[in-house]
Design a protein around this ligand. Sequence first.
Ligand SMILES: Cc1ncc(C[n+]2csc(CCOP(=O)(O)OP(=O)(O)O)c2C)c(N)n1
Length: 357
Amino acid sequence: MAKAASSKRSSPEKDATASPPPTPNRPRPPEPKRHKADKAEMLEYYRQMLLIRRFEERAGQLYGLGLIGGFCHLYIGQEAVAVGLQSAMDFSKDSVITGYRDHGHMLAYGIDPKVIMAELTGREAGISKGKGGSMHMFSVEHKFYGGHGIVGAQVPLGAGLAFKHKYAGDGGVCLAYFGDGAANQGQVYEAFNMASLWALPIIFVIENNQYAMGTSVNRASAEDQLYKRGESFRIPGLQVDGMDVLEVRGAATTALEWVRSGKGPILLELKTYRYRGHSMSDPAKYRSREEVQAVRDKSDPIEALKRELEKAGVSEDELKSIDKDIRAIVAESADFAEQSPEPDPSELYTDVLVESY
Ligand SMILES: Cc1ncc(C[n+]2csc(CCOP(=O)(O)OP(=O)(O)O)c2C)c(N)n1
């Protein structure tokens, strides 16, 4: 279910009473096709989504036990977005940047769950040496540039990464994620303008999970069809079912073909849903339990893929054994985190400035 933003321009020389034909004023990507995956590929997406789900559930428990301090924003419900998009990227040259709801994106990039859990719990072995926590995960090695707590800040930073790809001619594309709330930030549109003007290789991804903290997208956005937000900057937009990993993967292919062919940025709006609170201290008064349950029942991305796998002949035992493996990986990551020491107090003075001044 992907929908291209239509842009109509009226033609003054034509009869004013006749409706002008819907002629797009610029080239557009083709309508994305749902990705055709074989059984092995579907099983891989299933594994990755399940890993994110179970990892996040465990993170929620560790938070409850006081082992995770500060903020913690869970990604449960949105798994198909990171997995569907990042499975299409070329890890050797492309880059990713996102906001503070970042654990799922790291896992989808194949980063070791042990170092992510150690970061969440503020341990020395964490991917940011235990100094970043949930919101500030970073891995230059994996071209994963955070993890940002300032809503929308990652969008111009992503444009900067894309500029680097273009300047260095390294063939990379930047995938810059942000939320429906961030989509109303001014700096997003400054970044859109420059990215389009310079035809930067960037995919802007709006993860529309329907809520920015306690405010629903239609209460906060005059135009809630967020895929249209790039139109004034000549950035084409596609709206994608973010609860269907194969739809997401199909849209990723279309977007990457567009950007890699030098046509400049593209905008994807992924319609998704977060099951858990905004953070761990969310009173959840802005929506009903029934609303959340209805999405879980009807649109859960993992359950939907499970049904497809069953249809493709994957047995219940096989699915159970995957679940068991994933639980073991998550348990191992939690044990690893708990056993890793906290950073030495002297670490307070390292990694603060690039050089000494
Ligand atoms: C510039 C700025 N303004 C406000 C905040 C407080 N804040 C933190 S998260 C958030 C909501 C953002 O929602 P959205 O972009 O939809 O992302 P989601 O949490 O849904 O992933 C707000 C307003 C902030 N961190 N930075």
